[in-house]
Design a binder for this molecule. Structure first.
Ligand code: AMP
Ligand code: TRP
Length: 330
């Protein structure tokens, strides 16, 4: 019998994991893992919706696993695994593909943005279908809660729509999940362009602080971060750059943003940046060091991932069988 409510979330093993991933997702996962039954996935099938170099992908998968553990995800308390090692994710995607509508996928803003960059005509069908694979991830585990950053809200809404539609067409099968989005840190912006979100796929290194950046790199990136006109340190819509720096500060220290504003009332942007750089270095250094240690022992990492996949498969298989039965495929 399922006693604790389930949580599912995932990060793609592509590009460099950054402060946005940490504050919007990982830190939140660690904070709630005692309370729920957790499934934290490395969504490698999502990563290949855009071209990946196989050699780099292989090493990124391990790197993301190591960052999960180094951030405080405990494989005794949470199931940590790779999406591609549980074939039910791809299989349920097909069933849900036949429930999802062309029109609703065409309205997904992330697809529109990404497809626009490379030209919609040459975007992969996988990129278009990405939200359905994400829905399958979540519904396979009948997760109640999905801790993600703000950018995933629309995908979560689609997941809820597909769960409800399936239940309506074929009878109660899936839990309709809820997004769990934090107030601070759910949308960390790029350091060089505070109106765009901090993104793993950005070609500009200075736009993000990677979780694995060395302290001096962190300091340089924060020092060079864009600021707003004026000199007052306040979070407001006309000060997107300073608001973002305050959000990062608050997210890492747990100090509410109004408190930080008070602390810096008679100080300048330079003071804030200097202190923030140390806050970030202090927050990320233990994670970086622990990640490196874990990566020195890849066999142990692989074993943790394999054991996680086995536990995940058990739950996934039973949900997939139920969906088959409901649809008349049993
Ligand atoms: P991705 O990098 O797209 O694989 O995202 C992994 C997780 O990090 C998701 O929960 C995202 O919502 C979250 N995330 C990604 N970028 C940001 C950001 N700039 N601010 C806050 N959360 C983010
Ligand atoms: N699409 C998410 C992102 O890019 C990653 C993801 C895939 C995910 N499957 C998921 C997040 C299931 C939460 C739940 O951020």
């Amino acid at each position: 019998m399922q006693t604790r409510r389930r949580v599912f979330s995932g990060i793609q093993p592509s590009g460099n994991l950054h402060l946005g991933n940490y504050l919007g997702a990982l830190k939140n996962w660690v904070g709630i893992q005692e309370r729920y039954e957790n499934y934290f996935c490395i969504v490698d099938l999502h990563a290949i919706t855009v071209p990946q170099d196989p050699k780099i992908l292989r090493s990124k998968i391990r790197e993301v696993a190591a960052i999960y553990l180094a951030s405080g995800i405990d494989p005794e308390k949470s199931v940590v695994f790779r999406q591609s090692r549980v074939p039910e994710h791809a299989e349920l995607t097909w069933l849900l593909n036949c429930v999802a509508r062309f029109g609703e996928l065409s309205r997904m803003t992330q697809f529109k943005d990404k497809a626009q960059k490379g030209g919609a005509e040459s975007a992969s069908v996988g990129l278009y279908d990405y939200p359905v694979l994400m829905a399958a991830d979540i519904l396979l585990y009948n997760a109640h809660l999905v801790p993600v950053g703000e950018d995933q809200r629309q995908h979560l809404e689609l997941t809820r729509t597909l769960a409800r539609r399936f239940n309506h067409l074929y009878g109660e099968t899936f839990v309709v999940p809820e997004a769990m989005i934090l107030k601070t840190g759910a949308r960390i912006m790029a350091l060089d362009e505070p109106t765009a979100k901090m993104s793993k796929s950005s070609p500009v290194q200075g736009s993000y602080v990677a979780i694995l950046d060395e302290p001096d790199t962190v300091r340089r990136k924060i020092r060079r971060a864009k600021t707003d006109s004026g000199s007052e340190i306040t979070a407001s819509p006309d000060k997107p750059a300073i608001t973002n720096l305050l959000d990062i500060y608050g997210g890492l220290t747990g100090v509410p943003v109004p408190e930080i504003e008070k602390q810096y009332r008679s100080k300048g942007y330079g003071d804030l940046k200097k202190d923030l750089a140390e806050v970030v270095v202090e927050g990320l250094s233990p994670i970086r060091d622990r990640t490196r240690e874990l990566l020195d022992n890849p066999r142990e990492l692989d074993e943790i991932l394999e054991a996680g996949a086995e536990r995940a498969r058990e739950v996934a298989r039973s949900t997939l069988h139920e969906a088959w039965t409901r649809m008349g495929l049993d």
